[in-house]
Design a protein around this ligand. Structure first.
Ligand code: MG
Length: 294
């Protein structure tokens, strides 16, 4: 099942994407979903609501996909966590603190709420840098409140998966050992286009992942090449914090980021970045300059 958040005629809905149409679950489920965080409500109540959603199997779409603006599937996640240096070929191309060796521990940072962004909305290149970069990544969405999850049970707490771009401002990122600022510029955490639910994807570790800039293939890998797979990531995170429905995890990128080219290929105004993952769809963004009035 593909579940999205969309805007149509000034209203935000959650919906079930079926082919070229969307069935509004905001309409169909009525009071079960709050106005301010309907997707998180849907995820949190999924065991109860799934039969009601499934009963809409033959429903006519409320709107066509090309008539709406897709938003980030979870527009305001409680937490957005991202792992760094999680594909060997990316570790080898990245120079972080003068090392290119695999870290002893999982490297985590956060992407803050202001960075969350729709799957087809423009990426803003900040005026303070000329080194904005792309990182195509699979994104996992947490399905239930959990703590201390063993890796072998971590699949039970995942609601689904999306395509993401961990947009990174390299000079800001690398000038300090903490990466949060370089990773949290406005618009720099686009993901979507929808959540593909876990039942459609029993093994998220076998998916081709690609990223193009202006049609040029820059990144090409497979999620089986993660150093720490999604289950290990959830095990680590849940030792530290309670994970909750709708929390977002960026699971790492492979080689081919702009910074690794010689000369580097950082994003320029007018560039189009497309990230696609097998079975999850694609997100596409044009790059635009930061508004000088902002
Ligand atoms: Mg990343």
């Amino acid at each position: 099942m593909h579940l999205c958040t969309y805007e149509h005629q000034g209203q935000t809905h959650v919906g079930w994407v079926k082919g070229s149409g969307i069935v509004s679950l905001t309409r169909a489920l009525g009071d079960a979903l709050s106005a301010h965080q309907p997707m998180i409500d849907l995820i949190a109540q999924w065991p109860q609501l799934q039969p009601r959603v499934q009963a809409l199997q033959d429903a006519e779409p409320d709107v066509l996909l090309d008539q709406v603006r897709l938003l980030a599937p979870v527009p305001r996640p409680g937490k957005t966590l991202a792992i760094g240096l999680n594909y060997l070929d990316h570790v080898q191309e990245a120079i972080i603190g003068e090392t290119r060796t695999v870290p002893d521990h999982q490297v985590w940072f956060t992407k803050l709420a202001n960075a969350i962004h729709g799957p087809f909305d423009p990426i803003v290149l900040p005026r303070v840098s000329t080194m904005t970069d792309y990182e195509g990544e699979m994104v996992a969405i947490i399905g239930q409140r959990c703590r201390h999850v063993a890796p072998e049970r971590a699949h039970e707490v995942v609601f689904g998966y999306c395509v993401g771009n961990d947009v990174s401002v390299r000079d800001i990122q690398k000038r300090t050992s903490q990466w949060t600022l370089g990773k949290s510029f406005d618009t720099h955490a686009p993901f979507g286009p929808w959540i593909t639910t876990f039942d459609e994807l029993p093994d998220p570790h076998a998916l081709d992942l690609r990223c193009w800039v202006n049609g040029e293939l820059r990144q090409s890998s497979n999620t089986r090449l993660m150093i720490h797979n999604v289950w290990a990531q959830i095990a680590q995170l849940s030792q530290v914090m309670t994970l909750e429905p709708g929390d977002v995890i960026f699971t790492g990128t492979c080689s081919g980021v702009g910074a690794a080219f010689s000369p580097p290929k950082f994003l320029q105004v007018g560039d189009t970045v497309r990230v696609e993952i097998e079975g999850l769809g694609a997100i596409v963004a044009r790059c635009q300059a930061e508004d000088p009035e902002d």
